[in-house]
Design a protein around this ligand. Structure first.
Ligand SMILES: Cc1cc2nc3c(=O)[nH]c(=O)nc-3n(C[C@H](O)[C@H](O)[C@H](O)COP(=O)(O)O)c2cc1C
Length: 365
């Protein structure tokens, strides 16, 4: 099943493997994408990854949250991205740009000393309490995401993925833990999702109804069950309601993830060394998949063919997304297909976060 083609968002994918968005640390300081990014994506395409999702690309200069992060906040990025998408499209793979604003996790600089967020709730990852966004800033943000998507389309991307996970701005709106607003952008599930549904509506107006919009969605903040923070946080029933609203707004696929920094180590878990530890968000994706009529992508600790087949055959997901595995073995699809290996070698140590460019730095025997 995993090696069978599938049509997602009107895109014909050669198989059900997805390279999950992975910040590569390979852009220039101002966010300009480099030819090294093109090398990396083309390598994945040569190795038959069905759908490649880029590292997160920031939509406004103040929305950067990592060094050497790629940007899409200006028209000058269109040309360098076009060179990249052309290289990928020489092969059968499709490529989608993940777009983001760092929100309360954005880097603070002289120009942007205080991060913005739906509410003034401090991030576990930041030293500064963020400032609550004004109505005008929210409307400006919707336009920034819209223009980013228009640029992505011009640059030849097959779609965009809105980053609504991992404690960045859009997921801050969706979670009641980080969104304490009482206006039309906070409160009910519908109000908290409004910034995202408005972005979708505007992208459709500006980039056309058929331009694919995907979402990476937090299904949980990841707080320990029963803890006081868990009571305030996003629960699966709210995530399911959010997914339904996104479907109604016109999203064509949802990738299910989870975790914010305060919950600690939930998103990119270490020591995935047994099948039972793999696919740690699978119950969330199953709940979302049974509530929407969209292809659901599952990410988080997936390592072996045995687990992949189980997930696809038992209604947990339609596509399988991996990040660290592709850093360690960009050719994993071909290796699994040839029967040479039954699982990826990745030991989930997280040494792949490398400021000189992602790389598997684990010393194998
Ligand atoms: C080096 C690195 C960079 C990441 N950057 C992003 C990113 O830009 N956007 C995103 O949504 N997730 C990002 N993630 C999270 C992954 O997409 C994925 O959700 C997580 O690593 C769990 O999947 P895995 O077990 O297959 O690695 C990153 C993960 C790693 C290891």
């Amino acid at each position: 099943m995993i090696f069978d083609p599938i049509t997602v968002c009107n895109l014909e994918l050669q198989n059900r493997f997805v390279r999950s968005a992975t910040h590569e640390f390979l852009a220039e300081e101002d966010g300009t994408p480099t030819s090294q990014l093109g090398d990396l994506y083309e390598k994945l395409a040569k190795n038959e990854v069905g759908l490649i999702i880029t590292g997160y690309s920031y939509v406004l200069p103040g929305g950067q949250s990592d060094i050497y992060q790629q940007g899409i906040y200006d028209d000058r990025f269109i040309e360098p991205y076009r060179k990249i998408t052309e290289r990928v499209h020489r092969h059968k793979s499709k490529i989608v740009l993940q777009i983001v604003h760092g929100g309360r996790q954005a880097d603070t600089t002289d120009e942007y000393p205080i991060p913005i967020a739906p509410s003034a709730v401090k991030s576990g990852r930041a030293a500064v309490v963020p400032r609550e966004m004004t109505e005008e800033e929210i409307l400006g943000m919707i336009e920034a995401f819209t223009q980013a998507a228009v640029r992505a389309k011009k640059a030849g991307f097959d779609g965009v993925q809105l980053h609504c996970a991992h404690g960045f701005l859009l997921s801050n709106f969706i979670s009641p833990y980080t969104n304490r607003r009482t206006d039309r952008w906070g409160g009910s599930v519908e109000n908290r999702a409004r910034i995202v549904t408005e972005i979708i509506r505007r992208i459709k107006e500006e980039a056309g109804d058929s331009f694919p919009i995907l979402v990476k969605l937090n299904a949980t903040d990841g707080f320990r069950a029963g803890s006081s923070k868990a009571k305030l946080g996003l629960d699966i029933s709210q995530a399911v309601e959010t997914a339904k609203l996104l479907e109604k707004a016109g999203v064509c696929s949802i990738e299910v993830s989870g975790g914010i920094s305060e919950a600690g180590g939930v998103t990119i878990k270490t020591a995935i060394n047994a099948p039972a530890k793999e696919a740690y968000f699978k119950d969330y994706s199953k709940a979302i998949k049974s509530a929407v009529n969209l292809p659901v992508i599952l990410v988080g600790g997936i390592r072996s063919l045995q687990v992949i087949n189980y997930l696809l055959e038992n209604g947990f997901a339609d596509l399988i997304s991996m990040s660290r595995v592709f850093i360690s073995e960009p050719d994993i699809v071909l290796k699994l297909k040839s029967g040479k290996v039954e699982k990826a070698r990745c030991v989930s140590c997280n040494l792949c976060f490398d400021l000189e460019g992602i790389s598997c730095n684990f010393q194998f025997e």
